[in-house]
Design a protein around this ligand. Structure first.
Ligand SMILES: C[S@@+](CC[C@H](N)C(=O)[O-])C[C@H]1O[C@@H](n2cnc3c(N)ncnc32)[C@H](O)[C@@H]1O
Length: 263
């Protein structure tokens, strides 16, 4: 029998935060430590997942029928293929994750779906991701929805060249959705987020990096940001008029989200 993993993974911690069933005790321990330092950690994870789901609804309405979801995580209710295929049953989805267990669980769920699959890949190696036989499910001469939802924080350094490589592979009319953690306003909140980041990075295999709003905006170079632009992820096409989950809510303030259209 394989030995149980003892070091937390980004996928396992996120699953714990969302109340899923695919984490191990080490993931829970890392998540609880981050939560203690920054008590809105789990709420931020929920806001992130909600943003992803709203983006896919919106993209499906724009006519997008194929998706490349990199850093897809464990499948929880309301997966990209479920939302996309509810609007357009022929929608195709390629999920990519660095974590082998995430890939195995995803492919177990997708076994009967000829339009979706999950491959193991590192976002930092675009040639391997884009050249993978599994990615061949997508037709890159047609628009694709590229979903980079809370995955870029796990890549260190300048991710600009990486983004240019992925965006360069997309046909006009494609879209790129990005959410990213950022430093909150206010010294007290910022120090607490930094403490949570330190906890996370001592315990989790994939280190997390915070970026500024300007740095996140630059990730959309080569695309046209669609309204409302790069905003708090909670404010991006809110689910109903008047839905503003805490304007003064720190959890909402640490996560920015936006969608760019490839001209
Ligand atoms: C916070 S979760 C986000 C999951 C999903 N995108 C969502 O927003 O609901 C981050 C995911 O990115 C994956 N990940 C981390 N580093 C990665 C890398 N270098 N390449 C691909 N996936 C990565 C983790 O395994 C994890 O499943």
């Amino acid at each position: 029998m394989a030995e149980e993993r003892t070091r937390a993974t980004a996928a396992g911690v996120y699953d714990w935060c969302l109340g899923g069933h695919h984490h191990l005790p080490c993931d829970a321990e890392a998540a609880i430590a981050a939560q203690r330092a920054f008590p809105l950690t789990t709420r931020t994870a929920r806001y992130n997942r909600d943003f992803l789901q709203r983006v896919v609804h919106w993209l499906a309405k724009q006519g997008v029928r194929q998706y490349l979801d990199i850093g897809s995580g464990y499948p929880t209710a309301g997966n990209v293929h479920e939302i996309a295929q509810a609007s357009r049953p022929d929608s195709r989805v390629v999920y990519v994750d660095i974590d082998p267990d995430t890939v195995a669980v995803s492919n177990g769920i997708l076994a009967d779906d000829p339009c979706s699959l999950c491959i193991q890949g590192d976002i930092s190696d675009p040639d391997a991701v884009l050249g993978h036989p599994g990615t061949g499910l997508l037709d890159f001469t047609e628009p694709v929805g590229l979903l980079l939802v809370s995955v870029l924080p796990f890549v260190e350094g300048d991710v600009g060249p990486l983004l240019r490589r992925y965006i360069g592979a997309l046909a006009p009319g494609s879209h790129v959705a990005i959410s990213h953690i950022t430093a909150p306003e206010g010294e007290h909140a910022r120090l607490r987020l930094e403490a949570a980041e330190r906890q996370y990075n001592t315990k989790v295999q994939q280190r997390v990096n915070v970026r500024s709003g300007d740095e996140i905006t630059a990730l959309f170079d080569g695309t046209e940001l669609v309204p409302p632009g790069l905003v708090r992820a909670t404010h991006w096409h809110p689910p109903r008029p008047g839905y503003v989950p805490g304007d003064d809510d720190e959890a909402s303030g640490v996560l920015l989200g936006g969608v760019g259209r490839v001209p």
